[in-house]
Design a protein around this ligand. Structure first.
Ligand code: G3P
Ligand code: MG
Length: 245
């Protein structure tokens, strides 16, 4: 049976109304009534999985430099909320472990995007998958892993073959079906900008549920759903939920 994606996923938590990839963002998504969140995981310089989109600290913290060159203890000193709004000052960069705790305590499901720093693809994919094997209770549906980095998906598969995986792309490569098959992916995550009714029909015909990112306008979401897109990943999940059906 095909993997069942939700209709809506909160992007980086709920990135329009709380700082992305923070615990506050995951809580905000939960408050908004969305059952699934997406967030990005990469490794600190000393190998701790954390929630962070960029390879550098500047945009979403008050720190400087490459994540891959910075130890977890130093990243923990940084403010990851004030850049977004003064009410979020003091928010920290969460460890993946803290995010797992929050998912479990709030009953949230997750799409965990493996977002490796360049050159650390396999290490990151394996670390994320291993952590879930160690931490995720067997009586709850496991998070869906995804990545643009195919080596990260391969390493995650080797570490935890039973965790579901999705392939992330921007524009669809010509050989998308072969890639999904080779990686043992159960879902296909595509930029909505590159989709049309014909492409969506072809992917669904091949048996892959589709997630479209990042869609913040209700009208666009309505169109994508009408083409057969299963799931919308949005910074504003509250704007999409009423259409989800
Ligand atoms: O998983 C969907 C989306 O998060 C992929 O792009 O750059 O926002 O991580 P990005
Ligand atoms: Mg992401």
């Amino acid at each position: 049976m095909a993997y069942r994606l939700p209709r809506v996923v909160g992007h980086r938590g709920a990135a329009a109304s709380a700082p992305e990839n923070t615990l506050a963002g995951l809580r905000r998504a939960h408050q908004l009534g969305v059952g699934w969140v997406e967030f990005d995981v990469k490794l600190t310089g000393d190998g701790v999985p954390i929630l962070m989109h960029d390879a550098v600290l500047e945009r979403t913290t008050d720190g400087r430099g490459a994540v891959a060159d910075t130890a977890y203890a130093d990243i923990r000193q940084l403010d990851a909320g004030a850049w977004f709004g003064p009410e979020f000052a003091g928010e920290r960069v969460p460890s993946f472990d803290e995010a797992i705790d929050l998912l479990l305590s709030h009953g949230l499901a997750a799409n965990v995007e493996i977002k490796p720093c360049p050159g650390r693809e396999r290490e990151t994919g394996a670390a994320v998958a291993r952590r879930l094997v160690e931490r995720w209770p067997s009586d709850r549906p496991p998070p869906l892993l995804s990545s643009f980095a195919e080596p990260a998906l391969e390493a995650a598969r080797a570490a935890a073959p039973d965790l579901p995986r999705g392939l992330l792309v921007g524009a669809l490569p010509e050989d998308w079906a072969e890639r999904l098959e080779r990686l043992g992916c159960v879902t296909f995550h595509c930029s909505h900008r590159h989709l049309d009714a014909v492409v969506v029909a072809a992917v669904r015909e091949a048996g892959y549920p589709m997630l479209a990112y990042t869609v913040n306008e209700a009208e666009r979401a309505r169109t994508l759903y009408s083409w057969g897109v299963d799931c919308i990943c949005s910074d504003r999940p509250e704007a999409i939920l009423p259409l989800a059906g």
